[in-house]
Design a protein around this ligand. Structure first.
Ligand code: GUN
Length: 284
């Protein structure tokens, strides 16, 4: 068997176009376009690419995007002051501070400073807590994108065994909460997990987000399982690859996400969705 591909580029484009039509409908009613403020500190090349893709998506969605770019020497106090200014600005609906931040800035402090109603990344403890309590408001973009892809398979997740590989705040933990919300039986694996291969072998759904190329071996995948690969790793030869050994996993899975063109574009689509939702919540 060879798995069907979950085309993140296509699904993402559909979602952004849907957001665009909602924006157009609101404009026709005299509302203003949603506005997203994107803050980039330092010169991490991967972050620069992500931020540029986010700005392009804003254009496609019909949003206003505000860009704030600073050298890595920006002080924590100055970044917190900018966040406060954006919190207080009624013309701004969403605030995104690109991670990672330079080491001298406490990222948790910055995330907690963002007004939770403008936290379109869904990283604030308020939004994370709401997801944990089965009452999500602004949902973390990447795990939300994973769930939309899982929906596209048409497979009912209720009671399925889902294994999440990786327990990061951005991917693994919120993905586990999303899968639990969808009533799957969830196992979260991390660097101290014993017998990882056996756990993956038992999974109907595998979500991998560890940031290590080809970490999940293809022959661990249960025949017919769904494989969602959140990893985007750059190899020495310049090519991108995921956390899952793609070709052998594809032979066994029923559905699989490619890298690139899988979960990556979904993160941006869900960011657009969150920004529209934040804008509607703030200006009904
Ligand atoms: N760095 C890597 N992924 C993300 C993301 O989804 N949001 C932000 N703000 N930073 C990131």
């Amino acid at each position: 068997m060879s798995a069907q591909l979950l085309d993140g580029k296509l699904i993402s484009a559909e979602i952004i176009d849907e957001v665009r039509s909602q924006v157009d409908a609101r404009l026709a009613l005299g509302r203003r376009a949603p506005a997203l403020a994107v803050v980039l500190v330092g010169d991490d090349p991967a972050s620069a690419v992500y931020v540029s893709n986010k700005k392009k998506a804003c254009e496609r969605a019909g949003f206003r995007s505000l860009s704030y770019e600073f050298p890595a020497s920006l002080s924590e106090a100055d970044l917190l002051a900018l966040v406060e200014k954006l919190n207080a600005d009624p013309s701004v609906d969403g605030i995104l501070v690109q991670l990672p931040l330079p080491k001298h800035i406490d990222a948790e402090k910055v995330i907690e400073a963002i007004n939770p109603l403008k936290d379109v990344d869904g990283f604030h403890p308020y939004n994370f807590g709401r997801l944990a309590l089965k009452m999500p408001l602004l949902r973390p973009c990447t795990p939300h994108g994973v769930m939309v892809m899982l929906e596209k398979t048409g497979v009912d997740l209720v009671g399925k065994d889902a294994v999440v590989v990786g327990a990061s705040n951005i991917v693994g933990r919120p993905a586990a909460l999303e899968l639990l919300l969808a009533r799957a039986t969830v196992t979260v694996c991390h660097s101290k997990t014993r017998d990882l291969a056996d756990k993956v072998r038992a999974a109907d759904v595998v979500v991998a987000g560890v940031g290590i190329p080809n970490f999940v071996k293809g022959d661990w995948i249960k025949p017919g399982a769904i494989v969602i690969d959140v990893g985007i790793n750059r190899l020495d030869n310049g090519k991108l690859c995921g956390d899952v050994e793609f070709e052998p996993a594809r032979e066994r899975a029923s559905w699989i996400t490619p890298v690139p063109g899988g979960v990556g574009p979904m993160t941006i689509a869900m960011l657009m969705r969150n920004t529209l939702d934040a804008s509607i919540n703030l200006n009904p």
